[in-house]
Design a protein around this ligand. Structure first.
Ligand code: PEP
Length: 251
């Protein structure tokens, strides 16, 4: 059985005070949850404060990006050690906004994944096709490329520690969710790919989240699919009640 994992990507939202307000409300909303891994990914500026606020709680801290070098002249970047130092246990890598707005390529996704693992951070590696690619019928080709290049050179032990997030770009922030069938089809393809690249144990153990306009109203049907193990949530994670309802999808 794979343990569900619901992560909130706050993107470039919330000052420190707003972040503390949000996470304090969330903490009380989800206090009794013990069967789901809950992760919040505030902007870099709020990581330290939020990390302190959730110490000892059932919420993990994640960052939204990472750089692969340990230190040096890399203006504007944040190293793996800096993230663990503020209490991060997770890091989102290769989010579609990084790929498409900031030109992040598969090769740098792969370097970031390796750097995160080296520092015991769990990478949440995002993959997914754009609308035009889905319409051209190349969804599986795009996802195959993201996964094979993103995991290049990783041992099976390393891949076991990862989380993969399937996020069709056309569903992110658009209000258009993939149907449970559409999401399941790609999740099952990803699991098959893990079997092909590694083996059955890896394929059956790696958790695969769905992301793209997840809301309290659609989480239950998505989570009923056999290869969907959780969600990466953008917009709805900025409201403590909505995010808590998503976390408590079964209750
Ligand atoms: C995301 O940022 O990863 C995301 C899925 O956003 P939203 O839930 O707003 O579509």
């Amino acid at each position: 059985m794979r343990r569900p994992i619901i992560a909130g990507n706050w993107k470039m939202n919330e000052t420190i005070d707003q972040s503390l307000d949000l996470v304090t409300k969330l903490k009380s909303e989800v206090a009794e949850v013990n069967d789901v891994d809950i992760v919040v990914c505030p902007p870099f500026t709020s990581l330290f404060a939020v990390g302190k606020a959730i110490r000892g709680a059932n919420i993990f801290l994640g960052a939204q990006d990472i750089y692969w070098e340990e230190k040096g002249a890399y203006t504007g970047e944040v190293s793996p050690g800096m993230l663990t130092n503020v209490g991060c246990q997770y890091v989102i890598i290769g989010h579609s906004e990084r790929r498409h707005l900031f030109g992040e390529a598969n090769q740098s996704v792969n370097r970031k994944v390796k750097a995160a693992l080296k520092f015991d951070l769990t990478p949440i590696m995002c993959v997914g096709e754009r609308l035009e690619e889905r319409e051209r019928g190349v969804t599986e080709g795009v996802v195959r490329e993201h996964i094979t290049r993103g995991l290049e050179g990783l041992s099976r032990e390393e891949v076991l520690k990862m989380v993969i997030a399937y996020e069709p770009v056309w569903a992110i922030g658009t209000g258009k969710t993939a149907t449970p069938d559409q999401a399941q089809e790609v999740h099952s393809f990803i699991r098959g790919l893990l079997r092909e690249l590694y083996d059955e144990v890896i394929a059956s153990k790696v958790r695969i989240q769905y992301g793209g306009s997840v809301k309290p109203e659609n989480i239950f049907d998505l989570m009923r699919e056999k290869d969907i193990d959780g969600a990466l949530v953008g917009g709805a994670s900025l409201d403590a009640k909505s995010f808590a309802q998503i976390v408590k999808y079964e209750r």
